[in-house]
Design a protein around this ligand. Structure first.
Ligand SMILES: *[C@@H]1O[C@H](CO)[C@@H](O)[C@H](O)[C@H]1NC(C)=O
Ligand SMILES: *[C@@H]1O[C@H](CO)[C@@H](O)[C@H](O)[C@H]1NC(C)=O
Ligand SMILES: *[C@@H]1O[C@H](CO)[C@@H](O)[C@H](O)[C@H]1NC(C)=O
Ligand SMILES: *[C@@H]1O[C@H](CO)[C@@H](O)[C@H](O)[C@H]1NC(C)=O
Ligand SMILES: *[C@@H]1O[C@H](CO)[C@@H](O)[C@H](O)[C@H]1NC(C)=O
Ligand SMILES: *[C@@H]1O[C@H](CO)[C@@H](O)[C@H](O)[C@H]1NC(C)=O
Ligand SMILES: *[C@@H]1O[C@H](CO)[C@@H](O)[C@H](O)[C@H]1NC(C)=O
Ligand SMILES: *[C@@H]1O[C@H](CO)[C@@H](O)[C@H](O)[C@H]1NC(C)=O
Ligand SMILES: CC(=O)N[C@H]1CO[C@H](CO)[C@@H](O)[C@@H]1O
Length: 488
């Protein structure tokens, strides 16, 4: 199977020090070398591979750097030159009174703007006002700029969110069979796009769609607020997005996406209003965002069962940094449950989650296939979160009857460090799959407060190690305690 390659590469590259873009000071390297030699001299059991633990994790560097050096994901986005043509939506007959439909104005504007993709690029400015519109498509070498007080409002007419093909990695609409509604702001096959402004707002007015979902009269899968398909070098920054009908920002089959300094809001009971879903995409960096919604703040996905496996487009090199928020029934960061194209190299740092069901959650099941490997979670703080760390099987939803019960997901190489959880209600729940146990799970410096002494970690079909974890972890994580260095 093709998806084995990244798993096998994992350990080797770590030793070579491959991939880490950040230069470590000499003394760290010396310390690391020393640690490795010290570990070798312990003659640890051959079966347990210390190579699978990142050196950064052992040395404690992961925790140190972020506390005195503000990291940024600028590398993921190549700066674009100033746009040659700048126009306002008013120039195309737009009226920002909150009532008049501006669908035609946006279509006229985008038709005009697209003439400059190869000759200097263009910027469409949305001034202060309330601009009601149906779906419109962006173009390449383009900036959408929402001035202070500008609000783009999603049309309340479902026909203004036309039907487009289902994504091949899902084989159908996520919620309903067949095709699905397009997103309000849409892009397909684009490069060099910026969506920004002075905290302008895109309000999807999703209530109509949530009602259709609740009262079971939804015909096609709901649209996203912003969806980019097969696009690259995209920056989304300095805006507020609210009341999306469905997942709010959905980059799929994309690369080099930066989403930064965004506020994403939806009522806490609005169904499936995920904040950001990085889906079958490479080099996605999400930082400095505040998100509150009715579903996962951030989700990392890569397609659904046999369709995702066939397409085999992984999500890899995903950074989630300095994200805060709340979602009462879901997670701060969820990986899966659709992960059939594979998920690897995810770094989650400085995550703050309050009043939620889970801090980080890994979700998968039989039938998914694919893999989840090399996931690092460092510096997480949770307050009043039911289960701060949760791995689970039992997604138990499949696109159709043709899913393969022999398609087992591989979950391997999960590194969780420097976690403080206040007023947690339940201890970690780490439940793997009997036929495909989750392996190489490592926890370090984790303090979970507020749990009754009678509450024990709940682990099944997982293995790994732990160090400086309170309260004591399950036996599956205790086995090799002595093989990991615990600084201090
Ligand atoms: C975008 O503009 C750059 C120059 O800045 C140009 O090289 C590129 O071809 C343009 N992209 C498209 C899709 O026209
Ligand atoms: C937007 O692009 C989609 C394809 O991605 C297409 O189906 C739709 O007709 C386009 N909409 C407009 C208004 O051009
Ligand atoms: C974040 O965006 C707001 C507007 O939404 C802006 O005022 C602020 O300066 C931005 N902060 C950074 C660090 O870019
Ligand atoms: C942007 O607007 C949102 C919604 O009005 C608000 O919650 C947020 O604090 C604002 N952000 C900044 C940086 O002003
Ligand atoms: C379902 O919700 C939609 C949108 O609010 C509404 O138009 C429709 O009448 C509702 N249908 C039922 C059966 O309640
Ligand atoms: C976001 O806001 C900050 C602070 O005002 C500004 O420096 C930055 O250029 C803005 N980003 C974009 C893409 O406009
Ligand atoms: C594991 O993921 C981290 C980012 O989280 C990356 O820096 C590192 O290179 C990855 N390791 C391998 C072996 O790909
Ligand atoms: C343990 O984690 C907490 C929370 O991130 C951090 O403040 C503390 O410095 C860490 N301790 C060590 C020894 O790394
Ligand atoms: C040194 C040590 O305790 N090694 C143990 C690590 O865990 C494996 C099982 O996962 C044991 O077989 C080793 O004995």
């Amino acid at each position: 199977m093709e998806e084995q390659t990244p798993i096998l590469n994992l350990n080797l590259n770590r030793i070579k020090g491959g991939g880490g873009g950040i230069r470590r000071p000499l003394w760290v390297s010396v310390l690391v070398l020393f640690t490795v030699i010290a570990l070798f001299s312990l003659h640890i059991n051959k079966e347990y591979s210390i190579f699978s633990i990142p050196l950064d994790f052992i040395s404690g560097r992961v925790g140190l750097v972020s506390s005195y050096q503000q990291k940024s994901c600028s590398d993921f986005f190549k700066q674009v030159p100033a746009r040659k043509v700048v126009k306002s939506i008013s120039d195309f007959g737009g009226i920002g009174d909150g009532k008049t439909s501006n669908t035609k104005a946006f279509h006229r504007a985008m038709e005009f703007m697209s003439r400059f993709t190869e000759s200097g690029g263009s910027q469409l400015v949305v001034p202060k006002g309330r601009w009601l519109t149906g779906s419109f498509n962006l173009t390449s070498n383009f900036t959408l700029f929402l001035e202070y007080g500008a609000v783009i409002l999603g049309s309340q007419d479902p026909d203004e969110w036309p039907i487009i093909d289902a994504l091949p990695s899902y084989g159908r609409g996520r919620e309903r069979l067949g095709a699905r509604h397009i997103s309000l702001i849409h892009g397909n096959g684009l490069t060099n796009v910026v969506i920004t402004g002075e905290n302008g707002t895109v309000d999807g007015q999703g209530k109509m769609w949530w009602d259709l979902w609740w009262n079971r009269t939804l015909v096609h899968t709901r649209g996203h607020l912003v969806e980019l398909i097969n696009s690259q070098n995209i920056l989304i920054q300095n805006l507020t997005l609210m009341n999306s009908p469905f997942w709010t920002i959905h980059p799929v089959y994309c690369r080099n996406i930066v989403i930064r300094n965004m506020t994403i809001l939806a009522p806490l009971n609005a169904p499936n209003t995920d904040g950001i879903d990085a889906d079958s995409s490479l080099n996605v960096c999400i930082e400095d965002c505040y998100i509150e919604s009715g579903d996962d703040l951030i989700s990392v996905k890569s397609g659904w069962d046999q369709y995702g496996m066939k397409m085999a487009r992984p999500s890899s090199n995903i950074i989630v940094r300095r994200v805060k928020g709340t979602t009462p029934t879901c997670s701060g960061v969820g990986i899966g449950s659709e992960m059939s194209g594979g998920v690897s190299n995810v770094l989650i740092e400085d995550l703050y989650v309050r009043d939620s069901a889970a801090g980080v959650r890994i979700k998968t099941d039989i039938g998914r296939g694919g893999y989840i490997v090399n996931i690092t979670i460092n510096n997480m703080r949770t307050e009043r979160v039911k289960v701060p760390i949760r791995f689970s099987r039992g997604a138990n939803d499949h696109p159709d009857e043709k899913w393969d019960p022999k398609a087992l997901p591989k979950v391997r190489g999960i590194f969780i460090s420097n976690v403080v959880s206040l007023e947690s209600k339940r201890p970690p729940l780490l439940v793997g799959i009997e036929e495909a146990p989750f392996e190489d799970i490592h926890m370090k410096n984790i303090s979970l407060f507020g749990l009754a002494p009678s509450m024990k970690w709940n682990c099944e079909y997982i293995s790994g190690s732990s160090c400086s974890v309170f309260p004591a972890p399950c036996s599956q994580l205790l086995k090799n305690e002595s093989t990991i260095q615990c600084p201090n």
